[in-house]
Design a binder for this molecule. Structure first.
Ligand code: GAP
Length: 520
């Protein structure tokens, strides 16, 4: 097993053992690519949502939120282009009868070439030691340059054939690259064909009168169809944004890599409505703002990179992904798309209702252009969980597993632990919790030795533990222990609220984000 597969397996096992993520309907052996969030998972997920929601709607006076229905009028999906164009290229292996996404087979082939590059780089780094210049090596080593050119030319050809819907060429590419089925090892492929990713269902009790519906494959359309409602009722002036968090559904051909690609998932999307001709400037600004949002969490910059799309979706005139270094390599975490006026114009045509904005400054009406930011909540969860998971060997040679989560996102922000289960210590611990839980998720734990209790809190990422001992009854001081440094400090009970405010509050995180944004 590779180290990366090993890392993912450990994260999946840890997530289950500590109540973050369970396979859905596990007692019936689960349902492929569907997961349930457990008692700690839901808290972490809600914190990610809160950070996104507040940074969008609270920190921007011109962005408001909505919560649209999952069911939408079926014409919505005709207008949006999803009925005709929301397809993935599908290919089957005739020997194993396994089904694949043709583009993913090709991308995985490219990822293997990238692994060769990484190996060359690792070898050279060892050989040259401190004097190794990675960038220079990537630009000048002939073997590495050849590999990079190979990847580029494959990606360009794939993008071209997908844009032109030339599925025969996608198959030729698979054959030319000698890609084999990972299960049967054969090259006995079917033709490539398109597969629509929307789930359909019926609305209405009597089958003959039922209306065909789709489960929304993106939350964005709920925002587009409400553009006029929000703009008029909120007297919004362009540029302005509408944000939304909600479930989306896609019948993914292959859904794997844990919660990275699911059939039911959650999106956090914001559509920013701008004057035509200004969209590229807003697009660039939002790329930077979104990267800042990630970096404010304290996850290092080398985990992120931008990837500009070669193969643009039917609605976009520019698009980039923020890719994240997941345990299985750099993959899309978030998309920033310049969607032109495609959606509003198309809804205008299909509904027969005028969807325009009167711009008083320009003294004219127009269909606004849209820049959207779209991030998968579950992917963000995986990004945070996988970077947080740390195995440490301590000075005394013992080991600990600790989730070094961004403190304000931790499921439990503070644990209060009486040293023993008697002598009035539990009562004092409870009285401390009573105050703190008005602002924070606080846990009480009195079972097992204090060392074991610290390890349990480390494993779920609790940033601060407070230990109440016999002296606390006299001097009203407690021991505060910090998760990452394991530093312990004696402080007064009265100062706990201030310490938590500084270390774990959402306010401290939003402040950091604001400071980073102001210095742009
Ligand atoms: N409204 C634009 C849109 O939906 P997208 O790139 O198809 O764009 C946006 O999706 C984000 O949603 C992705 O960057 C990813 O984080 C998340 N996402 C997409 N498909 C997903 C899936 N099957 N499972 C989990 N997250 C997914």
């Amino acid at each position: 097993m590779s180290t990366r597969e090993d890392a993912l397996k450990k994260i999946i096992a840890h997530a289950k053992e500590y109540g973050f993520i369970f396979p859905s309907s596990e007692i019936y052996d689960g349902l492929a690519a569907t997961y349930d969030y457990g008692q700690n998972g839901v808290l972490l997920k809600n914190k990610i949502k809160e950070y996104w929601w507040r940074s969008m709607t609270q920190l921007h006076s011109n962005i408001v939120g909505i919560d649209a229905a999952i069911f939408m009028h079926p014409t919505t999906w005709k207008a949006s282009g999803h009925v005709d164009a929301f397809n993935d290229p599908l290919i089957d292996n005739k020997d194993s009868k396994k089904r694949y996404r043709a583009d993913v087979l090709i991308e995985e082939h490219c990822a293997k070439i990238e692994q060769k590059i990484n190996k060359e780089v690792d070898k050279a780094a060892k050989r040259f030691g401190d004097s190794f210049d990675r960038e220079m090596y990537l630009q000048t080593n002939p073997r590495v340059v050849n590999y990079q050119q190979e990847i580029e030319s494959i990606q360009q050809r794939l993008a071209k054939s997908l844009t032109n819907s030339d599925l025969a060429d996608v198959k030729s590419l698979i054959e030319e690259l000698g890609i084999v089925c990972p299960v049967s090892g054969s090259r006995n492929w079917t033709e490539v064909r398109q597969f629509n990713l929307m789930f359909s269902t019926k609305l209405g009790a009597a089958a003959e009168n039922a209306t065909d519906l789709y489960l929304r494959p993106e939350t964005a359309q709920g925002i587009f169809v409400n553009f006029l409602n929000v703009q008029r009722s909120g007297r919004m002036k362009i540029p302005f944004g509408i944000a939304q968090i909600g479930k989306a559904f896609r019948n993914e051909i292959i859904a794997r890599q844990f919660i990275f690609r699911m059939r039911e998932f959650e999106q956090m999307e914001m559509q920013y409505f701008v004057a035509p001709g200004t969209e590229m400037q807003h697009y660039e600004t939002w790329k930077q703002l979104r990267l800042n949002w990630h970096l404010a969490l304290g996850i290092t910059e080398d985990n992120y990179r931008f990837h500009d799309h070669d193969n643009l979706a039917h609605y976009a005139n520019a698009a980039a992904d923020i890719e994240f270094q997941f345990p299985f390599g750099f993959k899309e975490l978030e998309g920033i798309h310049s969607r032109t006026d495609f959606d509003l114009k198309s809804h205008q045509e299909h509904s027969g209702k005028k969807i325009q904005y009167f711009d008083a400054e320009q003294n004219q009406s127009y269909v606004p252009y849209v820049v959207e930011t779209s991030i998968g909540l579950d992917r963000m969860f995986l990004a945070i969980l996988s970077t947080a998971y740390t195995e440490e060997t301590l000075e005394d040679n013992s080991t600990r597993v600790v989730l070094k989560l961004p403190a304000p996102l931790a499921p439990i922000q503070c644990a209060v632990l009486p040293l023993v289960r008697k002598d009035g210590l539990p009562e004092l611990a409870e009285s401390i919790i009573k105050d703190l839980r008005l602002d924070y998720q606080v846990e009480y734990d009195e079972k097992d030795s204090i060392g074991k209790r610290y390890r349990r809190q480390d494993a779920i990422g609790t940033p601060v533990c407070v230990t109440v001992d016999h002296d606390s009854l006299q001097d009203r001081q407690v021991t505060v222990r910090f998760r990452d440094s394991m530093e312990q400090r004696r402080v007064s009970i009265d100062s706990l609220a201030d310490i938590l405010q500084q270390e774990v509050s959402m306010k401290s995180l939003l402040k950091k984000l604001t400071q980073a944004t102001n210095s742009l």
